[in-house]
Design a protein around this ligand. Structure first.
Ligand code: C5P
Length: 219
């Protein structure tokens, strides 16, 4: 298989995939695809009674992504919806929609189209196993559920959202179980993925490890 200039980062929710992807995109000047945001957008737009294909068209026609150092900003028809998309209600709904074949199919080409021949870092659940099987470097980033709940707690607090820690841990565990046990594109490391358990690692330690892998694969 011909390998393309893509780094995939898959893993469970709040494992630090987004932060690592942004760090890589900034340092190596790669484009970025946060595929979870597409599933969150799907959940957001499905409330407006669009069909799966119409949702794909809405995303392609009216959604804009802008990255700054800390986060990816998302707007729909010029309204910033970043913080709405980050809510746990949308996350839950995204997880429910994501097990449906028609939803995964509607989003497949949009994800593939993020690759324009230049460098791309793509994070999600099935980037290395389905969408970019031909990626040059695959990382599977994980951490314990408690550690991930702590990280999500801080993220949601920074967005000014109210959070209850026990409910958050329960939500995260339930979503992981659903994502790992579904038939289509379950959350699994690709056979050729490098697995990083970041439970006891700081972001800069994870980043240095990833940097070594990138320098080796993208020489
Ligand atoms: O990563 P994030 O928490 O934003 O993803 C939201 C939901 O979207 C996940 O719980 C998962 O069900 C779904 N998803 C997916 N495949 C991806 C990315 C996200 O099924 N590649």
């Amino acid at each position: 298989m011909k390998k393309i200039n893509v780094i995939t980062i898959d893993g469970p929710s709040a494992s630090g995939k987004g932060a690592l992807a942004r760090g890589i995109a900034n340092k190596f000047d790669f484009n970025i695809l946060d595929s979870g945001v597409l599933y969150r957008l799907y959940a957001y737009l499905s409330k407006m009674s669009f069909s799966p294909d119409e949702i794909a068209n809405q995303i392609e026609g009216y959604v804009e992504f802008k990255k700054n150092k800390e986060k990816l900003l998302v707007s729909y028809k010029t309204t910033d919806i970043t913080s709405q998309l980050r809510s746990e209600i949308i996350a839950k709904s995204a997880s429910e929609h994501s097990s449906k074949k028609e939803v995964r199919e509607a989003l497949f080409n949009i994800q593939r189209n993020f690759y324009d021949g230049g460098g791309l870092v793509a994070d999600g659940r099935d980037m290395g196993t389905v969408v970019f099987k031909d990626a040059k470097l695959k990382i599977f980033l994980t951490a314990s559920p408690e550690e991930r709940a702590k990280r999500r707690f801080i993220e949601l607090q920074n967005l000014g959202q109210e959070v209850n820690m026990p409910a958050l841990i329960a939500d995260i565990e339930q979503r992981d179980k659903k994502d790992s046990s579904r038939k289509l594109s379950p959350l699994l490391p690709a056979e050729d993925a490098h697995i990083i358990d970041s439970s006891n690692m700081k972001l800069d330690e994870v980043f240095s490890l990833a940097e070594k892998l990138i320098n080796k694969e993208f020489k």
